[in-house]
Design a protein around this ligand. Sequence first.
Ligand SMILES: *Cc1c(COP(=O)(O)O)cnc(C)c1O
Length: 387
Amino acid sequence: MKLDEILTHLGEERALYFNAIAPPIIQTSNFAFETIDEMRAAFADELSHHIYTRGNNPTVEILRKKIAALELAEDALVVGSGASAIAAAVLANIMAGDHIICVQKPYSWTYKLLTQFLTKYNVEHTFVDGTSIQHIIDARKSNTKVLLLESPNSLTFELQDLAACAAFAIQHDIITIIDNSHASPLFQQPIKYGIDIVVHSATKYLNGHSDVVAGVICASKPMINKIFNGELMTLGLTISPHDANLIIRGLRTFPLRVQRSDETARKVAEFLYNHPRVEKIYFPLHHSFAQYELAKRQMSGCGGLITIKLKAETKEEVYRFVAAINCFLMAVSWGGYESLMIPSLVFHDMPGGMPDSPIHWTTVRLYIGLEESAFLVEDLSNALDQM
Ligand SMILES: *Cc1c(COP(=O)(O)O)cnc(C)c1O
């Protein structure tokens, strides 16, 4: 289905609501029935009926249809955060005694899910360098049930060969799950390569306006039914109709926003690559990236994330760089209209003896928002000069 059809029309049944162009927010907790037979039929398949908003709500349903189509999936669920989307997808596919293979240094709460939460329930994990399929193959045990991918990976953007991962997993009855937040469905559709479940932090590009926290899960109908009747309903992961409506609104401009971030990021990346105070840049579609060929094969764009390694001898230089920046807000998250930065120095020298980040303190992750490239380059140039 065409992107335009998905974003402007799919799922919208305007005749049901006065031919309103923008869908209403069906702000209700429950739905009434006329007869016992109708109510009984609804309970037989709650995901396709409207009984109670913890399950299926008509506003959320419009969004589910659009998200599923964007990821070429049969169906999708929308939940309260990206973290809950990842947790639900994993929990639905493991039991006590199982083993998970996960790419090394995944998103922080994915790391905590495996290392602090699932270990309580006797689920073990192995972190692997996913840049080579051989490392993944070598990590398999007889009880491996899930392969958890993030391509590009957090912070330094290592990729996995998705077709090779899917081929390996299918051969051994392993469920593949990928966090596709970074590339977004605009630039990478993992189901094409045979991946089973695609999850996103919808907080990032899908909503795109830095005003909603949400997550999505995309998969086959049987898998979505399993997660819906299990984790979603039991743990109450649902999103409110109001937030769903904001994401529907955010999606109207999804390709415009993500394309724009991508184009500007390429210009900013080139500027940074050529700057004497920048030691290295991490941007999968830059020719200096270690997996540039795989990136070109697997992704049609990158989006706005660029990590840089500053050429700095002392931490003072990093403090000066950050203090001189005006146009990038220092904040977590990304995927909105505003450019952001997060220096990994934040996670070093932490009070209370927390372990230092495995990422070197000279690195800074930038997110390129919707501003003009010249505006951002001037700011970066000035800050690099003042280091
Ligand atoms: C932000 C993020 C998440 C978590 O999403 P929330 O919506 O904050 O729960 C997961 N994965 C990646 C790659 C992220 O950037």
